[in-house]
Ligand binder design. Structure first.
Ligand code: GLU
Length: 448
């Protein structure tokens, strides 16, 4: 059976790191099994869903290199939900309820006040036909609930959490459809998972109790409507938290735009999120195949995964240090060639910083005051400078001999005179890029 996974964002906002991680893991799960990764746009909430977010989701996935093998939209599938709804109604698993939001809130408060869990009391199920007709005569339209079967515990073997067991009597019959006919998340998602042949549902642990409810929906739907379908497997990954250990607001708005603004490589985001919260080491791995091959749900931990920006920056730097000229060519400052890239690459945290270092080659550089001693030394450097294959090592060898200087005393004034900086890329690589003429001028200027 082909593995089919899905990523099902609601287009009510931009993707954030938590969503990106879920998308990535579903993508890896499918890739590893040679299966299909589907994008499902959960846009049943017409009021909050926005087309611009649908576009942004597609763009972000493309930027991350997580292209889906197919896309579906819930707003195109409403007829399927209607059919499922009718089928479930036909077997008594869906019932109308008439309570107002205020009435439900009051019930909740009373239960909580008595120290009881705020579970829906099934008041609507106890109504007589007359009572229902009276409501309708008053013009009250019902919303609809899915009737949970209280007979047996709900069990599943979770790919991350292991054996799970829920007592359905401890759950409220979920509202699946509003009085205006619009859908809540629960039923459409179960219908789609069956209809699209999803084999593996992998999502955040905030969905664990939804899974309990949806397992009963799957069972009821398979019996009533989808005879050939099979219930998917479930896995719920621990949530992502900030490094302070809390679900932070900042993480909830941290997404691809922010990464792009900070010039973070998509590969750094992928390398971090692929293994964060697992027992496998987070490493600057740029080959997707390696990440895919080592993807393994059994290595996922139960503790929240901590997202740390400094770890992302560290990975980004390590990944930039591995990038070839061809990969970055279009993003480099004008005139910077392969040798230039190789010279500055080890000094970069982000590709955009190449421009700062490139200025040391193209100039003008910062001038500074040198001591009399250093000026004499730099004058000597100008005399000793000869242009060959490896001008830096030739120059420093000769200067060492001529002046007796070594270590910092030898290297620092040269670096300062030639680049205007105390530190920076390897001088042996920089000097040929600065060129003979430029080097002579800079040494002369510093010595004057
Ligand atoms: N649209 C739901 C969400 O974003 C999908 C959850 C699921 O994966 O089933 O939370």
């Amino acid at each position: 059976m082909t593995t089919i996974t899905r990523f099902a964002p609601s287009p009510t906002g931009r993707l954030h790191v938590g969503n990106i991680r879920t998308a990535l893991h579903n993508w890896m799960l499918a890739r590893k099994a040679g299966g299909r990764f589907m994008l499902r746009i959960d846009d049943t909430d017409a009021e909050r869903s926005r087309e611009e977010y649908v576009d942004a989701i597609r763009e972000d996935l493309a930027w991350l290199g997580l292209s889906p093998d197919g896309e579906e939209r819930q707003s195109d599938r409403l007829a399927k939900y209607d059919a499922a709804f009718e089928a479930l109604k036909g077997v008594g698993r869906v019932y109308p309820a008439y309570e107002t939001a205020q009435e439900l809130e009051l019930k909740r408060k009373i239960q909580l006040g008595r120290g009881l869990p705020p579970i829906y009391d099934r008041g609507a199920l106890k109504m007589t036909d007359e009572e229902r007709s009276a409501k309708e005569a008053e013009g009250v339209l019902p919303h609809w609930r899915f009737k949970l079967d209280h007979d047996e515990p709900i069990r599943w073997e979770d790919g991350v959490r292991g054996a799970q067991k829920f007592d359905p009597a401890q759950l409220s019959d979920p509202v699946i459809r509003r009085a205006d006919g619009s859908w809540l998340y629960m039923l459409p998602s179960a219908v789609d998972d069956l209809d699209m042949g999803v084999t593996d549902v992998l999502r955040g642990e905030d969905h664990v109790s939804n899974t309990a409810v949806q397992i009963q929906m799957f069972t009821a739907l398979i019996a009533a409507q989808f005879a050939a379908a099979k219930m998917p497997s479930f896995a719920h990954e621990a949530l992502l938290v900030g490094k302070e250990g809390k679900l932070s607001k900042r993480l909830g708005s941290l997404g691809c735009d922010a990464f792009r603004e900070r010039d973070i490589e998509p590969e750094a985001v992928i390398a971090l999120l692929a293994r964060l919260g697992t027992s496998q080491p987070v490493e600057p791995i740029t080959e997707r195949a390696r990440l895919v091959d080592t993807f393994d749900l059994t290595t996922f931990g139960r503790a929240p995964a901590k997202f740390d920006d400094t770890e992302l920056d560290r990975l980004n730097a390590a990944i930039v240090h591995q990038m070839d000229f061809a990969e970055v060519e279009g993003r480099l400052p004008e005139g910077m060639d392969e040798a230039g890239w190789h010279a500055v690459r080890p000094n970069l945290g982000h590709v955009c910083e190449a421009a700062d270092w490139w200025r040391l080659v193209t100039g003008p550089i910062e001038t500074r005051e040198f001591s009399d001693d250093d000026r004499a030394f730099l004058m000597e450097a100008g005399r000793q400078l000869a242009w060959g294959d490896d001008p830096w090592h030739q120059l420093t060898a000769k200067l060492k001999e001529a002046t007796g200087r070594k270590g910092k005393q030898l290297f620092l004034p040269l670096r300062q005179a030639l680049t205007g900086m105390d530190h920076g890329p390897d001088m042996a690589e920089l000097l040929p890029l600065i060129g003979e003429e430029g080097a002579r001028a800079r040494l002369a200027q510093a010595a004057s």
